[in-house]
Write a protein that binds this ligand. Structure first.
Ligand SMILES: Nc1ncnc2c1ncn2[C@@H]1O[C@H](COP(=O)(O)OP(=O)(O)OP(=O)(O)O)[C@@H](O)[C@H]1O
Ligand SMILES: [Mg+2]
Length: 288
C-alpha cells in the first residue's frame, strides 16, 4: 500500500474510548451489547516433546465488539496467528480465557469462517463447489446454501465464474473465492490471517477496498492479521499492536475515520498520524 502522508499530531483515540456515534458506523455493534469476544489474560506457551518450550504470548486482554473490524499487527513470529487461533477456539490457551457473547459458562464455539494467506481452494472443484464445501461439511440446508453461495459470488465480484476451476482465476480472484467460501456458512466471526499477503501491491489495495465493502454489507465481525500498517489503518475500527515474542499488547488504537473509506483517504493527515504512531511503536520495540 502507498506510503501515507505525515500528519499533525492529534489525540489518538483509544480502543477503550467510547465508540463513534451510530451514524458514523451504522453496522457496528449496538451500544450496550456484550462484546462478541472477550480475551481475558490469555497466555500461550508451546511445549515440544523434547521438553523445550516457547512463550508465544505473555498476557493479553482485549475485547472484540460484534460487527467490529479489528486488526492485529506485530513483528514476525510475535504470536499473531497464535492469538487469532485462540480467538476462534482453534487452539487452547495455556492460561486465561476467551468469553463469547458475554457467556462465561461452558466453552461456547462461535460459527467461524477462516481465510489464510493461501486461498486453499480445492483444485478439482469448481469455484461454486468450493464455496459450497463448508455448507456440505456442516450439513447445512443445501437449497438455502446454494442460494447464498450465488449471492456471495456476486458480493465478491465473481459472477460468471462459478463454473471455472481455481487455476483459471487470478490470485486476487482466488482470494475473493476463499472469502466467499468462509462467508458461506454465515459465520458470526471471520478470522483472516494475512489474506492478501501473497498478492501484488495494486491487487492488495483493491482487495482491501472490496473487503471493506463486503464487511459493511454483511456486518460480520472480522479479526484480521496483517504486516501492512496502512492496510490495518484503512480497514479497521481498531488496530491492536503487539510486541515481539512473548507478545504483549503495546497499544489498542481506535481508528476514528469515517466510512466508507476510500483509498485516497491514505493521504489524509489523520491517516498518516495513525500509521506513523503504529510504525514508531513497532520500530521502538525492535531497537530495544
Ligand atoms: N505449533 C507450534 N509449536 C511450537 N511453536 C510454535 C507453534 N506455532 C507457533 N509457534 C511459535 O510461536 C511463536 C509465534 O508464532 P505465530 O505463528 O503465532 O507468529 P506470527 O506473529 O503469526 O508470525 P508471522 O508474522 O511470521 O506469521 C513463534 O516463535 C513460533 O515459532
Ligand atoms: Mg502468522
Amino acid at each position: 500500500m502507498g506510503e501515507p502522508a505525515q500528519g499533525q499530531a492529534f489525540d489518538m483515540p483509544r480502543g477503550d474510548a467510547k465508540r463513534p456515534a451510530a451514524e458514523v458506523l451504522p453496522y457496528a455493534a449496538a451500544a450496550g451489547a456484550p462484546p462478541l469476544i472477550q480475551v481475558q489474560d490469555i497466555a500461550k506457551r508451546y511445549e515440544s516433546r523434547s521438553g523445550d518450550s516457547i512463550d508465544a504470548i505473555e498476557k493479553i486482554s482485549l475485547d472484540v465488539p460484534r460487527g467490529g473490524f479489528i486488526s492485529l499487527v506485530g513483528p514476525s513470529g510475535c504470536g499473531k496467528s497464535t492469538l487469532l487461533k485462540m480467538m476462534g477456539r482453534l487452539l487452547p490457551p495455556s492460561s486465561g480465557r476467551i468469553v463469547y457473547r458475554g457467556i462465561r459458562q461452558g466453552e461456547i464455539k462461535p460459527r467461524l469462517g477462516v481465510v489464510f494467506q493461501e486461498s486453499l481452494l480445492l483444485p478439482w472443484r469448481t469455484i461454486l463447489d468450493n464455496i459450497l464445501l463448508p455448507i456440505e461439511v456442516m450439513r447445512l440446508d443445501a437449497a438455502a446454501g446454494l442460494d447464498r453461495a450465488r449471492k456471495l459470488l456476486a458480493t465478491v465480484g465473481l459472477e460468471g465464474f462459478e463454473k471455472k476451476y481455481p487455476f483459471e482465476l487470478s490470485g486476487g480472484m482466488q482470494q475473493r473465492a476463499a472469502i466467499a467460501r468462509a462467508l458461506a456458512p454465515e459465520p458470526e466471526l471471520l478470522l483472516m490471517d494475512e489474506p492478501f499477503g501473497a498478492l501484488d501491491a495494486l491487487t492488495r489495495e483493491q482487495m482491501a477496498e472490496e473487503l471493506q465493502t463486503i464487511w459493511m454489507r454483511t456486518g460480520k465481525t472480522i479479526v484480521f492479521v496483517t504486516h501492512s500498517i496502512s492496510e490495518a489503518v484503512y480497514l479497521s475500527d481498531r488496530v491492536v499492536v503487539l510486541s515481539g515474542r512473548p507478545s504483549r499488547l503495546l497499544d489498542d488504537i481506535e481508528i476514528d475515520l469515517p466510512r466508507p473509506r476510500s483509498l485516497d483517504m491514505m493521504t489524509d493527515p489523520r491517516f498518516g498520524t495513525y500509521a506513523t504512531h503504529i510504525r514508531r511503536l513497532l520500530s521502538a520495540k525492535r531497537e530495544m
